[in-house]
Design a binder for this molecule. Structure first.
Ligand code: BES
Ligand code: MN
Ligand code: ZN
Length: 502
């Protein structure tokens, strides 16, 4: 999709006029450039009883020059960026496929820049499909959409800048979706690393480093090794560095992703229903990769680190087993009670490594537990944190871009379950079903290092854990405004917002 901004000039193949409730007379700008008969048709439709501008009220007018869609967007005072984004997304998903690809959107009276930009953003985010494996796609019209957002002259410059910024961020969202949707036979740990290296080529201010299986062994990253060694596709750790040579004496964020390219459960194997969805168990890492793309594309000047823990969790003669004890990178040992609780094992090494970078804060993203899906459904990501200020900032950033992060408690009782192994330092499964997402978070907390503060007291590095198991994908015929199926690219926009806003 190519989005441009202009004054009210062209009419396009399809013209969309979003109108507020109780618009009784066609706004002046709405009919510029239309023939007399088309103008009359628009004016009379707007004044007619058939169009009231309420949400969901939509009228199509066919004229010789273009198809005109009057789109009701409800009460002017109730329009928010979120609603506007959803209108844009829905509007895009309903566009006719056979009327040409030039779309004009006429934002007339009552539209401010933020709402216009969000409308465009909704269209951009929704313009996505994962059809690279559909051989028959030639029959579909997949040529690029051209969208012209029309507004009055005094708005055009700022709107253009903002839409450019939002579409740059969207390239990161779409990249994260591409990675999330990629099947596990095509995207395995080393392939993820290869794509990250390829992505970094030619980008001067980014650096990608991949630690392969033998390097992981040298480093003692046994959390990652044990989970991944049962697969023919061996595990790896991928480091993303943006602007690595700037701000080197300043603490900067480190974002860590769970990257299980397929989670069969391992020896504690899962049931077959829905197992295909576990190709998405690397979405935490997909979000990290997408975030770096978004930060790079928007020209962010600060330094940021990312770490993705890539492994495939498979049962085999070489696989790790229930009862095993792992020597993790941190030096702490894990008693494996369930090989399907693998995400936390790989993150144990990722979080410890992140701590070594002395970051300002650590955020991990993981499709970690079924339990968070029980708690929050597909509506919100579970947000756990040892730092109220960091948690508050993440929540705020999420609200601003409409990717809700819902605060969850790190209850000490669950943490205690995880540290009460009879034979090791921590156990990878709690003592029952209840509070499974909190148990998992309590486990992860054991692998965030403490450091000495200015007052000489030791405290843990500010850390937040985002359990995205319910928000990373949409399956089974469901859809939301900005995604029709599959990986959502969740939290790329939130983290971009968090990192880039001061
Ligand atoms: N990848 C799964 C969690 C998951 C579930 C992600 C549904 C997306 C949708 C994770 O590795 C897992 O298997 N978790 C177990 C942990 C349990 C064995 C302690 C779970 O939640 O059941
Ligand atoms: Mn699992
Ligand atoms: Zn998993």
């Amino acid at each position: 999709m190519h989005v441009t901004v202009s004054e009210f000039l062209e009419t396009g193949d399809i013209m969309i006029i979003p109108l507020f409730q109780d618009t009784e007379k066609a706004p002046n700008n709405s009919t510029i450039g239309l023939s007399r008969s088309a103008s009359i048709a628009v004016k009379s439709a707007i004044s007619s009883d058939g169009f009231d501008g309420k949400e969901k009220c939509q009228i199509s007018i066919w004229t010789k020059e273009c198809q005109i869609i009057l789109l009701g967007v409800g009460d002017k005072n109730k329009l928010t960026p979120k609603k506007s984004r959803d209108f844009g997304a829905k509007c895009f998903s309903n566009l006719p496929n056979n009327q040409g690809r030039n779309v004009v959107i006429r934002f007339t009276a009552g539209w401010n820049n933020q709402n216009m930009a969000s409308f465009a953003e909704g269209m951009i985010l929704r313009d996505y499909s994962f059809d690279k494996y559909q051989k028959k796609k030639d029959e579909k019209n997949d040529s690029e959409w051209s969208i012209i957002c029309q507004t009055t002259k005094r708005y055009t410059k700022d709107l253009d800048l903002e839409i450019n910024r939002l579409s740059s961020i969207a390239t990161g969202v779409h990249l994260a979706r591409d990675l999330g949707n990629e099947p596990a036979n095509r995207l395995y740990p080393e392939e993820f690393g290869r794509r990250a290296l390829e992505w970094s080529k030619g980008k001067e201010n980014v650096e990608v480093e991949v630690w392969n299986f033998s390097r992981l062994k040298e480093e003692g990253m046994n959390g990652l090794i044990e989970v991944g060694k049962g697969s023919v596709h061996k595990p790896c750790m991928v480091f993303f560095r943006l602007n690595p040579t700037t701000e080197t004496n300043k603490q900067v964020p480190c974002i860590v992703g769970k990257g299980i390219t397929f989670d069969s459960g391992g020896i504690s194997i899962k049931g077959s229903a829905g197992m295909d969805e576990m190709k998405l168990d690397m979405h935490g890492s997909a979000t990290v990769f997408g975030l770096f793309q978004a930060l790079h594309a928007t020209g962010y000047k600060g330094r940021v680190n990312g770490i993705t823990c890539m492994a495939e969790n498979m049962p085999s003669a070489e696989a790790y087993r229930p009862g095993d004890v792992i020597d993790t990178y941190s030096g702490k040992t894990i008693e494996v009670l369930n090989t399907d609780a693998e995400g936390r094992n790989v993150l144990a090494d990722g979080l410890w490594k992140a701590s070594e970078l002395n970051p300002s804060y650590i955020i991990d993203l993981a499709t970690l537990t079924g339990s968070i899906v029980v708690a929050l459904g597909h509506e919100a990501t579970g947000l756990f944190s040892n730092d109220d200020s960091l948690s508050g900032r993440i929540k705020k950033a999420g609200d601003e871009v409409d990717e809700i992060c819902w605060p969850m408690p790190l209850l000490p009782a669950f943490e205690k379950q995880m540290t009460s192994s009879k034979i090791a330092d921590v156990r990878n499964q709690g003592k029952g079903r209840w509070g499974g997402a909190i148990q998992a978070a309590g486990f992860l907390k054991q692998f965030v290092q403490e450091r000495e503060g200015e007052n000489g007291e030791k405290s843990q590095i500010p850390w937040a854990h985002l359990d995205i198991a319910g928000t990373a994908g949409i399956w089974g015929g469901e859809s939301n405004a900005t995604v029709s199926h599959g990986a959502t690219g969740i939290q790329v926009r939130t983290l971009h917002r968090l990192i880039t806003s001061k």
